[in-house]
Write a protein that binds this ligand. Structure first.
Ligand SMILES: Cc1cc2nc3c(=O)[nH]c(=O)nc-3n(C[C@H](O)[C@H](O)[C@H](O)COP(=O)(O)OP(=O)(O)OC[C@H]3O[C@@H](n4cnc5c(N)ncnc54)[C@H](O)[C@@H]3O)c2cc1C
Length: 388
C-alpha cells in the first residue's frame, strides 16, 4: 500500500525511493537490537550522511544539496514510514539553520561544509533547562565575557545526541533578566566545540525509548569570543526563527510514523482470521484505523501548506504549529489502533509496534508540547488574551 502521491505528481518521488532503498538495509532487527541496549544507530546515520540526505538543507556553495524544506520533510517522513528512527540525526539537518541565517561568513565557511559531509556533527541543541522548561527566557545558564573568551556556567537537560555530536548550539543568558527591558532580550547563541571544551560534563538519561538524551553541565566552560552567533542578546529571536522549520520536519516524521502504523494495521487486519473471517471485516477493528488515517491525511494537508508557505518565504507559524500538533496526535492515534488491532502481538517486541509506539509518543511533548501550541493558536492566531 502506498500512501504517497502518484510518482508523476510527487516532486520528491525520487528522493523517497532512494530513502526507501537505504532504509531497507536497516530492518526491524537492527532497531530492536539498539533499543535493547539504548545504542546509537551509527551505521544508519553514516548511510544517511553518505547519501547526502542530512546535508539536504545546506546550500550547494557550502557542500550541501541546497534542497528546500519540503524535500527534507520527504526524507524524514520516509525514514519513519519505513520503520526507522530519524530522531538519532534529524537535528543535523536543521540546527545549522541558525548558523546559515545568522552566522558570520567565517562561521559559515568554518562549519557548514563539515556539517554537510558529516565530518562535523552539529546535532546537540542546548535550550531546555530543568528549572525553566518551556519558560525558555527564565533559563539560568549564563555566559559571561572575560577578556578573550566567554565563560559558561549552568545546566541543560534533554540535550539529545550530546554524546554523538561534535558541536552544540547553546542558548545562554549574557545579560541578567533584571537588566533587560524584555525577558526575551539578553540571551545569546553560541557554537560550543564539545570535543575540546573543558568544564563540560554529559550524563545520559535513560528514557522509555532509545533517544540518547542527556543532561549537560557547564562548569566555567570557556568558549572563544568568535563562537558567538550573530549579535549578543538576540539569541532567543534566532532560536525562534528556526522553530517553524523544526516543527514542520517533526510533523513530517509523525506523518511517516502514522503511515507505518496504518500499513501494519491494515495488513494484519486482512490476514488475521478469527470466527471464520478476517478481523478487519469487523467495523470495530476497521474504524479506529480509518479514523487515524483521516487524521493523518488532514495533518499532512496542513503540513504541506506550511511547507509551501515556508518555501515561498511567507509566515507559516500557524501551519507549522497546527501541523506539528495534528501530526503528533495522528501518529499516536495510528499507533493506538495498531496495538489494538494486533491484540497481544502488538506488545511483542519482534513486531516493532511497541517500539514505534514508545518513540512516537514523544512528539506530543517535544520539541514543543501540545498545550503550548494551543496557546500560540489562541493568542497569536485567534487574538485571545495572552495567558502567560
Ligand atoms: C526525549 C526528549 C528529547 C528532547 N530533546 C531536546 C533537545 O535536544 N534540546 C532541548 O533543548 N530540549 C529537548 N527536549 C526538551 C523538550 O523540548 C521539553 O521537554 C518540552 O519543551 C517541554 O518542556 P518540559 O519538559 O520542561 O515541561 P514543562 O515546561 O515543565 O511543562 C510540563 C507540562 O506543563 C504544560 N505547561 C507548561 N506551561 C503551560 C502553560 N502556560 N499553559 C498550559 N500548559 C502548560 C506543558 O504543556 C507540559 O505538558 C527534549 C525532551 C525530551 C523528553
Amino acid at each position: 500500500m502506498d500512501h504517497n502521491l502518484p510518482a508523476a505528481t510527487d516532486p520528491h518521488a525520487e528522493i523517497r525511493a532512494e530513502v526507501r532503498k537505504l532504509c531497507a538495509r536497516f530492518p526491524g532487527e537492527y532497531w530492536r537490537g539498539l533499543d535493547a541496549v539504548r545504542g546509537y544507530p551509527t551505521e544508519f546515520v553514516r548511510a544517511l550522511t553518505e547519501a547526502g540526505f542530512l546535508g539536504a538543507l545546506i546550500p550547494e556553495e557550502f557542500g550541501g544539496s541546497g534542497l528546500g524544506l519540503s524535500a527534507a520533510a520527504a526524507i524524514l517522513e520516509e525514514v519513519q514510514a519505513q520503520g526507522c528512527n530519524g530522531a538519532a540525526c534529524h537535528a543535523q539537518m536543521y540546527i545549522m539553520g541558525t548558523i546559515l541565517r545568522h552566522g558570520s561568513a567565517a562561521q559559515k565557511a568554518a562549519y557548514l561544509p563539515g556539517i554537510a559531509d558529516g565530518t562535523l556533527r552539529l546535532q546537540a541543541f542546548g535550550v531546555t533547562e530543568p528549572t525553566s522548561g518551556t519558560d525558555t527566557t527564565a533559563l539560568r545558564t549564563t555566559a559571561v565575557r572575560q577578556g578573550d573568551k566567554w565563560v559558561v556556567n549552568g545546566q541543560k537537560i534533554w540535550t539529545s545526541r550530546a554524546e554523538h555530536s561534535d558541536l552544540m548550539l547553546l542558548l545562554a543568558r549574557t545579560t541578567p533578566r533584571e537588566q533587560v527591558a524584555k525577558k526575551t532580550e539578553g540571551l545569546s547563541t553560541f557554537i560550543v566545540d564539545m570535543r575540546t571544551a573543558k568544564g563540560l560534563t554529559i550524563r545520559p538519561i535513560r528514557t522509555m525509548m532509545n533517544h540518547n538524551s542527556c543532561e549537560v553541565f557547564f562548569d566555567n566552560m570557556e568558549v572563544p569570543l568568535e563562537n558567538l552567533v550573530g549579535t549578543e542578546g538576540r539569541g532567543f529571536r534566532y532560536i525562534l526563527d528556526g522553530m517553524n522549520a523544526e516543527r514542520l520536519l517533526i510533523a513530517a516524521e509523525c506523518i511517516g510514523d502514522a503511515k507505518w502504523f496504518t500499513e501494519r494495521s491494515v495488513a494484519y487486519a486482512k490476514e488475521r482470521v478469527l470466527f471464520g473471517r478476517p478481523i478487519g471485516q469487523n467495523q470495530g477493528v476497521q474504524f479506529p484505523i480509518a479514523r487515524a488515517y483521516a487524521q493523518m491525511r488532514a495533518a499532512e494537508a496542513i503540513v504541506s501548506r506550511g511547507l509551501e508557505k515556508f518555501e515561498a518565504g511567507l509566515p507559516c507559524g500557524e501551519e507549522a504549529n497546527m501541523g506539528k500538533m495534528l501530526a503528533a496526535e495522528a501518529s499516536w492515534a495510528a499507533g493506538e489502533a495498531c496495538i489494538q488491532t494486533h491484540g497481544g502481538f502488538g506488545f511483542a517486541e519482534e513486531y516493532d509496534i511497541e517500539r514505534k509506539f514508545r518513540e512516537t509518543r514523544l512528539y506530543q511533548v517535544a520539541p514543543i508540547s501540545t498545550n503550548l501550541i494551543l496557546s500560540y493558536l489562541g493568542e497569536h492566531v485567534l487574538g485571545m488574551p495572552r495567558s502567560y
